[in-house]
Design a protein. Structure first.
Length: 162
């Protein structure tokens, strides 16, 4: 038993298409281009890796002048400001279109989501526009990060009692 038919909506200018499971498998096999997927994965890997490499080089340079904790903070702040600036002038969008997920994982992706939300809603005013909508994209990341940070801390504390 199970699902015998699949409805694909918005095919051919909004018309729904009703197909069975075998037709769907044939359609996806026909449309799936593994060469493009492989190239996109390589772009994401090398772009994300390049961002992290630049961060590590910057961190190594900053550690010569600052203690380690301060150097880490300065490096992260540099990446946040740089990504926000590149988002504001429209360059980060081109980098994201090229690299796909490669720019999402580092802190630059978080900065981009915050800045793009702020830019999108700036016409609605500071409080109701920017203030209310800045965390729309990044809010779930903050909530889950806080929750799992608390959970790990609680587990570590309980483990220390044993």
């Amino acid at each position: 038993m199970g699902i015998n038919y699949i409805i694909l909506s918005k095919i051919n200018n909004g018309d729904n298409l009703l197909i069975n499971r075998n037709q769907y498998k044939a359609l996806t096999k026909e449309k799936k281009d593994y060469k493009v997927i492989s190239i996109n994965c390589l772009k994401a890997f090398f772009t994300g890796g390049s961002i992290c490499l630049v961060g590590q080089v910057l961190l190594n340079f900053l550690e010569k002048y600052f203690e380690q904790k301060l150097a880490i903070s300065v490096m992260l702040l540099t990446f946040i400001v740089l990504a926000s600036f590149l988002t504001a002038i429209g360059v980060f969008d081109y980098i994201g279109q090229f690299a796909h997920a490669g720019t999402v994982i580092p802190i630059t992706g978080f900065s981009n989501s915050m800045t793009s939300s702020a830019l999108e809603y700036k016409s609605e005013g500071f409080l109701l526009g920017i203030g209310a909508n800045t965390f729309k994209l990044a809010g779930s990341i903050i909530v889950l990060g806080t929750f799992f940070g608390y959970l790990v801390g609680l587990i570590k504390y309980l483990w220390s009692l044993i």
